[in-house]
Design a protein around this ligand. Structure first.
Ligand SMILES: [Zn+2]
Length: 482
C-alpha cells in the first residue's frame, strides 16, 4: 500500500490596520459601515483620479517583511493586474509583480508534539510578499448580485508560502503563528472572521519521499483556523481515494462551505490567467533609503518565537509556560516586569500569572496592560506569600481586591487586617477552644480516626478568618491531641 505525503502551500491576504486606505483618504476599516458609504472617486476608479501612496502601509509592510526574514528591496514598483470582475471598478488592481517589497524569507515554525511524534521545527519558505489594494465584495441576495465597494483600496499584504507544509495541523500552526506575529507587530488585527487574515490553501498528495509535485487543488473561502484544518483534511482524504481508484487529480478550485462542512467545486482551474501586468504609470516606485528603513526597523520588537526561546533559556521556564506567556506581546511584557519587580524565582511568577492572573484577564476580557493589578503589585503579593506574611488563599484573594480597588496589596493587608497570624499563643488558644467545643470528634480522633485532623485545622482556620498559619495550627493540634 502506498503511503502518501501531504503537500500544502498557503496564500494569505493580510489587511493592514492603517487609518486610511492605501491610495486615498477614505478610512480603511469600514466593517460596521453600510455598503458603499466609505468610498471616493479614487478607490472607485473614476476617470482622471490619481492614487497617492499611504506611507503607513509601506512601513507596516516593511515590518512584516523584516519579521519574515525577507530581503527588503530598496526600490520596489507597483504594477497593474488587469482582470474583469464586478467588484473591481477600475478593471485592474494595483499590486506588485516582479519587483515587490519583499523577496524570499521564511518562518521557522515550531510544531508541537503529537500522539506519535515529538515536537519539531518546520522551515516554511516565503515565495511572495507584496503590497496591494483590496477589491470590493459581492453577494447574492434575492436573486440579485449586490456589490459593496467599501473594501476597495484597503491595504493588503499578499504573502505566499512554498509547498512546505506537510499536514493540516502544520497549516493550522502556521496560521496561528502568523496571527500571533501580526498582532505582536501591531500591523493587523488579524481577525479571520472579519477577513483581516484570509487564507487559500493549495493541496496535493504524493507518495512519501517523492521529490516531484502532483497537480494541486486550491481551497478558497476558509475563514477560520479550524475550517482550514478541516477543509484540508477532507481534501487530502478525497485525493487519496481518487488516486487509489486510479483517477487523476485535476487542478480544481474548491470552495469551502462553512455551513455544511463540505468542499464544492467552483471551477476547473484554467492555466494561469493572463493578467497583462504592466508598471503602474500613476505611482512612483517605493524608494526605501537607508534612513527611512532604519527608522522603520527601529520599531521592530523582539519577535514572539525569539522571546519564547529566551524565556526558556534566561528564566528556566518550561516550553509550555514560555509558549503561553509569549502568546501575546502585552502579556510577555507584563511577565518580565513582574519578574524584575519580584527578584526571585521566575517560575513562581509564571505560576501565579498562568493560574490566576490569566483567568482574571480572560474573565474581564481585557489585555494584561489594562489590569489595575500592575506587574509591581503582582510581585508584591507573591513576596507577601513567599515571606509568610499572608497565606496563599489570602494572596489569591488579594489579586481580586487589588484589581477591584486599585489599591496596593500592603495597604489592603493593613486596612483589612489580613496578615497571617503565626503567633503561637493566639493560635493555641483557638485550638483549645475548638477541641473543647468538639468532644465527639476528639474521642473519634483518639480512637483512631486520624483523618479528622483536616477537619480540626479547618475549624481553627474558620475561627481565625483564614489568617492562621495552617501548618502551625496542625502542629499545635497534634500536640494537644496526644
Ligand atoms: Zn477612497
Amino acid at each position: 500500500m502506498t503511503i502518501y505525503e501531504t503537500v500544502i502551500g498557503l496564500e494569505t491576504h493580510i489587511q493592514l490596520n492603517t487609518t486610511t486606505k492605501i491610495f486615498c483618504s477614505c478610512k480603511a476599516d469600514s466593517w460596521f459601515d453600510p455598503p458603499n458609504t466609505n468610498i471616493c472617486p479614487v478607490c472607485c476608479g473614476l476617470p482622471g483620479v490619481l492614487p497617492v501612496l499611504n506611507r503607513a502601509a509601506v512601513e507596516k509592510g516593511v515590518l512584516l517583511a523584516a519579521a519574515m526574514r525577507s530581503e527588503i528591496r530598496p526600490l520596489s514598483y507597483f504594477d497593474r493586474k488587469n482582470y474583469f470582475y464586478p467588484d473591481l471598478p477600475k478593471g485592474y488592481q494595483i499590486s506588485q509583480f516582479d519587483q515587490s517589497l519583499g523577496k524570499g524569507g521564511y518562518l521557522e515554525l515550531p510544531v508541537p508534539a503529537g500522539k506519535d511524534q515529538p515536537a519539531y521545527v518546520r522551515m516554511v519558505s516565503i515565495t511572495k510578499l507584496h503590497l496591494e489594494e483590496d477589491a470590493g465584495k459581492t453577494k447574492n441576495e434575492g436573486g440579485r448580485r449586490l456589490i459593496d465597494f467599501n473594501r476597495c483600496g484597503v491595504p493588503l499584504v499578499e504573502m505566499v508560502t512554498g509547498p512546505d507544509l506537510r499536514s493540516a495541523d502544520e497549516a493550522a500552526q502556521y496560521l496561528i503563528r502568523l496571527r500571533q506575529l501580526l498582532r505582536w507587530l501591531g500591523i493587523s488585527e488579524a481577525d479571520m472572521e472579519k477577513g483581516h487574515l484570509r487564507c487559500d490553501a493549495n493541496v496535493s498528495i504524493r507518495p512519501q519521499g517523492a521529490a516531484y509535485l502532483n497537480p494541486k487543488t486550491e481551497i478558497k473561502n476558509v475563514n477560520s483556523i479550524d475550517a482550514v484544518r478541516e477543509a484540508i483534511e477532507k481534501e487530502v482524504e478525497r485525493q487519496i481515494k481518487e488516486t487509489e481508484a486510479g483517477r487523476r487529480i485535476e487542478a480544481w478550485t474548491l470552495e469551502w462551505d462553512e455551513d455544511t462542512g463540505k468542499l464544492r467545486k467552483m471551477r476547473s482551474k484554467e492555466t494561469e490567467a493572463d493578467y497583462r501586468y504592466f508598471r503602474e504609470p500613476d505611482l512612483l516606485p517605493i524608494r526605501l533609503d537607508d534612513e527611512w528603513k532604519r527608522a522603520i526597523l527601529a520599531n521592530l520588537p523582539e519577535l514572539p518565537l525569539a522571546r519564547r526561546a529566551r524565556f526558556m533559556q534566561q528564566y528556566g521556564l518550561p516550553e509550555y509556560d514560555a509558549d503561553i506567556l509569549t502568546s501575546e506581546r502585552g502579556l510577555s511584557d507584563y511577565f518580565e516586569q513582574a519578574v524584575t519587580a519580584f527578584g526571585g524565582d521566575p517560575k513562581k511568577v509564571s505560576n501565579w500569572l498562568m493560574n490566576d492572573v490569566l483567568r482574571m484577564i480572560n474573565e474581564a476580557g481585557v489585555s494584561a496592560s489594562q489590569l489595575r493589578l500592575s506587574p509591581a503589585y503582582l510581585a508584591e503579593i507573591i513576596k507577601l506569600v513567599e515571606s509568610n506574611q499572608v497565606n496563599t488563599n489570602t494572596g489569591k484573594a488579594l489579586l481580586e481586591k487589588v484589581e477591584q480597588s486599585g489599591r496596593s496589596p500592603s495597604e489592603i493587608v493593613a486596612a483589612e487586617g489580613l496578615a497571617k497570624v503565626s503567633d503561637d499563643v493566639a493560635i493555641r488558644a483557638v485550638c483549645q477552644e475548638v477541641l473543647a467545643e468538639s468532644p465527639k470528634e476528639v474521642n473519634a480522633y483518639r480512637s483512631g480516626k486520624v483523618t479528622l485532623m483536616g477537619w480540626f485545622v479547618g475549624q481553627v482556620m474558620r475561627k481565625m478568618r483564614g489568617k492562621a498559619d495552617a501548618a502551625l495550627a496542625r502542629t499545635i493540634l497534634e500536640e494537644l491531641l496526644k
